[in-house]
Design a protein. Structure first.
Length: 574
């Protein structure tokens, strides 16, 4: 028997729902980079289409569906707790997948179909956050066509449902009328409307209209994409593992994780809530835990600062550790674990134990407070060492460590004495070398610290900033001493002189270096600009200074009791 137009419409609609749901699941699978659970969605969609919708052999009872929904919520909640912001995003995506499975196996009405389409769109939205590949753009074009087609057929399906007479509910129905999906009727009448059931619902005219809607939507999408500004936040900000598409493409950056930092990079993460690390502090004298405020006070800080890299050489908007890392090998002769590093002159013995867990992807630097006495990596985390001149802690010998795994280390930290005459970070490396090598150490310190690690061409590179700095540090023709010069420069960059903090960065004069433009024209920016300006002005005045890149502040996780440092705590200081 030849199927009626109504039967064909129902079949086309159910297949369209199955294909749309399967395609959304596959897209999420590829974007996430993990087949579980998204790759199972096409299997569940085919089972739902064949057994539930077409053959009507099986359907989930509503009480069982509710129980499965609660189980899905519990599984997603377990994934959500304790993870990075990336893990939390994936837990929400997986919850949507689980709920999609449940709805696919229910006996469906319009409400269930709407839920399936909504859940599919949510999977596509999350996929857009997880990947930046060109293949995803092509997949979205295909999904646009598929979703427009499915929604158009859905509208036809709903009209068909409302136009077919139901003898059980319509008094006085015509004998020629039939139920939805039944054949043999010639004329269908409902509420004064009639239609010939032999007429095709999915006609070539209908297909043409869907194609025109797709083309118009594609053009409109392109215009919106081109017209509206966009801000891309790297997956590393979310705490995404390196197996994501974005990180395979080479975009792995958190502020302070690299040896070069370009102005403006920190601004993209200052509003992100992604976790960078978590830490706990123990008092070695009492064995009791110490909160972050008490620890900061003991370290002579207004709030806790964890440090990544130290950069002293600036060129064209980019900070570097040194001019040419290949020309100086001594700095990468790293200190061994368990040896004294910073600060034995601060205290005879360490006072605190700092336990740090860094969230993936773990880059080059191990973030810690300074000064420290010793540092060692926890077993399974690789090896941690310290650079000689900059003092930065770095991970090494960790090629066999999974890059999407956490890394942990323990540092022993002294109590900082406010009566100490030593600087917070000393440049005199000779104090850490034996008497036999002190002469060589002094030569190394002078050559490295004051040549390779300090910008030495500022008079040529930043002439206006160089002139301004030296004018500030001169009074009545007499050059001020070091502390007086530092105080003058700090006061110059203060709000009293018209400077203000802002994340909205603009340029007034693009012919100038961005730091000169900030100091001389804009006087508005975030910590990167204030810190960079201060460092360069001090260097211009002959005072050795470096820009420190790290994180400032923390917050307590009520569930774990640990202190957490987030991306929005990113900071630079001098």
């Amino acid at each position: 028997m030849t199927r009626s137009a109504d039967d064909r419409l129902v079949a086309v609609f159910q297949r369209s729902i199955m294909l749309s749901t399967s395609a959304a699941g596959v897209t999420l699978w590829i974007a996430e980079g993990s087949w579980m659970p998204s790759a199972i969605t096409p299997v569940v969609a085919v089972i739902g289409w064949l057994l539930v919708d077409r053959l009507r052999l099986f359907a989930l009872p509503l009480p069982l569906a509710n129980l499965l929904g609660l189980a899905a919520l519990w599984v997603a909640g377990v994934e959500f707790v304790g993870g990075t912001i990336y893990d939390k995003l994936l837990s929400g995506a997986h919850l949507i997948v689980y709920l999609t499975w449940v709805v696919l196996l229910l006996q469906k009405t319009d409400r269930q179909y709407w839920w399936i389409l909504l859940l599919s769109l949510l999977q596509l939205a999350i996929s857009a956050v997880l990947t930046t590949t060109a293949a995803f753009g092509g997949a979205m074009v295909g999904m646009l066509l598929l979703m427009i087609w499915t929604l158009s057929v859905f509208s036809q399906f709903r009209v068909q449902q409302s136009s077919v007479a139901r003898r059980a509910t319509d008094a006085g129905a015509s004998a020629d009328e039939t139920l939805p999906g039944q054949s043999g009727a010639r004329i269908l009448v409902r509420n004064g409307l009639q239609r010939d059931p032999a007429e095709a619902w999915i006609s070539w005219r209908f297909r043409g209209l869907v194609g025109m809607a797709f083309a118009g939507s594609l053009v409109l999408s392109y215009l919106v994409f081109a017209a509206f500004p966009r801000i891309w936040i790297p997956g590393s900000v979310l705490g995404a593992p390196p197996n994501s598409q974005e990180i395979r493409g080479g975009i792995v950056h958190r502020t302070g994780f690299t040896d070069t930092v370009t102005l403006g990079e920190i601004g993209s993460v200052l509003q992100s809530d992604g976790r960078v690390l978590q830490f706990a502090v123990t008092d070695l004298n009492t064995g009791l835990p110490v909160d972050a405020d008490r620890f900061a006070e003991a370290m002579d800080m207004d709030d806790l600062r964890v440090r990544g890299n130290a950069m002293g050489n600036y060129s064209g908007g980019t900070w570097m550790r040194m001019k040419d890392p290949r020309s100086i090998s001594n700095d990468i002769r790293l200190l061994e674990p368990e040896t004294d590093v910073f600060g034995r002159h601060f205290a005879t013995e360490p006072a605190f134990r700092l336990e740090v867990i860094q969230d993936p992807p773990v880059g080059q630097f191990a973030f810690s407070v300074f000064p420290i006495c010793r540092a060692r990596a926890v077993e399974g985390s690789g090896r941690i060492v310290q650079r000689v001149v900059t003092g930065a802690l770095v991970w090494t010998d960790g090629q066999d460590i999974l890059q999407d795994a956490q890394r942990s280390f323990v540092a022993e930290v002294p109590r900082v004495r406010d009566t100490s005459t030593e600087p917070f970070e000393h440049w005199a490396m000779s104090q850490r070398w034996s008497a036999r090598r002190r002469a060589d150490a002094e030569v190394f310190r002078r050559r490295v610290a004051h040549e390779a690690f300090i910008t030495d061409d500022l008079e040529t590179q930043l002439p206006r900033l160089f002139q301004l700095s030296n004018e500030i540090c001169t009074e009545n023709g007499v050059r001020l001493d070091g502390p007086g010069c530092v105080d003058r420069i700090l006061r110059y960059l203060s709000p009293e002189n018209g400077f203000s903090y802002s994340l909205n960065l603009t340029r007034a004069d693009r012919s100038l270096d961005p730091i000169e433009d900030f100091v001389l024209n804009l006087k508005s920016g975030h910590c990167e600009y204030f810190g960079s300006a201060c460092t360069l002005m001090l260097q211009s005045a002959g005072i050795p200074a470096r820009l420190i890149n790290g994180f400032y502040g923390s917050e307590v996780n009520a569930l774990t009791g640990r202190n957490e440092v987030k991306q929005r705590h990113a900071h630079v200081w001098v």
